[in-house]
Design a protein around this ligand. Structure first.
Ligand code: SER
Length: 313
């Protein structure tokens, strides 16, 4: 029986994972947790709670006989630097609450880590699964600490918790929201709405990225994978495509005239501390991960979807 709870249900990933879970398991089997950002047109079960409200979350788990949690709540890298204490509180406090509830109610849990777990001392090209984790952002610190915590709960309490290190996720449903990789989303938003975009990283900045549909499918496939095949209990490297900011601008300009200028700010140092490409061969071997979206396919899909969203089609 799959009764699923999604925290951060209206964030970038939640907004697309929730409908995919509803489609697969039925609208009555997915409970979306939000706080002040619940869209008016959301269709499905929704409960309001802050991630620090353990008692409220426990009551919701009991009310709906929840057996699976996708714990997505998080402050992202750039926003996290504005208030590091709050970032620790939300990212780590929330995870600890969910893990303790997972022990008590025997929940299967998905929790996302990120390329932000890596840092300037990590090999930047083809970053291996097992490598140096010395991030320089609070967001990255919570990802490394979170990875160690989930591995601990797996070993000590046998919690079935699965995790991936997402690259930058490119998607159209929610506007960019506080991540360093968000220039790869904002360029589409501004490009379509204004015909120009001022990019906050240098043109040669290369980061690992992935289109949302791949991320959602991969996440659900990992949750369904045979547990005996899983060899990583911290978080799996996950990759799809890598390109420079300039390459993305060029690809977009094949279909749309967007004047891109570059004005690097504090995001640049964060981007420079992350890998350019990721070796995700362990995920591919253990649970058959494979991406579908190339740079051209992702670009075309984004432009079609956003034209529709902005009634430009
Ligand atoms: N997309 C995230 C960020 O830029 C990385 O996990 O913060």
């Amino acid at each position: 029986m799959n009764n699923i709870l999604v925290t951060g249900a209206f964030g970038q990933i939640g907004s697309e994972l929730v409908p995919a879970l509803q489609k697969k398991f039925g609208v009555d089997h997915v409970v979306a947790i939000g706080h002040h950002t619940i869209p008016k047109d959301f269709q499905g079960i929704v409960e309001q709670a802050e991630i620090g409200e353990g008692d409220k979350l426990e009551a919701i788990i009991k009310k709906y006989s929840i057996d699976t949690v996708y714990h997505l709540v998080s402050l992202l890298s750039a926003k996290g630097e504005v208030d590091p204490s709050l970032t620790w509180q939300i990212n780590m406090g929330g995870l600890k609450i969910i893990l303790d509830l997972a022990v008590k109610y025997n929940l299967q849990v998905f929790w996302p880590s990120s390329i932000a777990a890596f840092g300037p001392t990590t090999p930047r090209v083809n970053t291996p699964q097992q490598t140096v984790l010395e991030p320089t952002t609070m967001y990255g610190v919570t990802k490394v600490a979170g990875e160690l915590l989930v591995a601990y709960y797996h070993k000590k309490f046998g919690v079935d918790i699965r995790s991936v290190r997402y690259p930058g996720i490119i998607s159209w449903k929610t506007p960019p929201g506080g991540g360093t990789t968000d220039y790869a989303v904002a360029i589409f938003y501004d490009g379509l709405q204004k015909g120009s975009y001022e990019c906050f990283v240098r043109p040669d900045t290369t980061l690992p990225m992935m289109y949302m549909d791949d991320a959602v499918r991969g996440t659900m496939e990992l949750m369904e994978a045979d547990p005996s095949k899983l060899t990583i209990h911290t978080s799996y490297n996950l990759a799809a495509i890598s390109f420079t900011a300039e390459e993305l601008a060029k690809e977009i300009n094949k279909q749309l005239k967007v004047d891109v200028t570059y004005k690097p700010d504090f995001h640049q140092a964060i981007a420079d501390s992350w890998p350019q490409s990721i070796d995700d061969s362990v995920a591919r071997k253990d649970w058959g991960w494979n991406h579908e979206y190339t740079l051209p396919k992702m670009t075309e899909t984004m432009i079609i979807a956003l034209k529709k969203k902005f009634s430009l089609a």
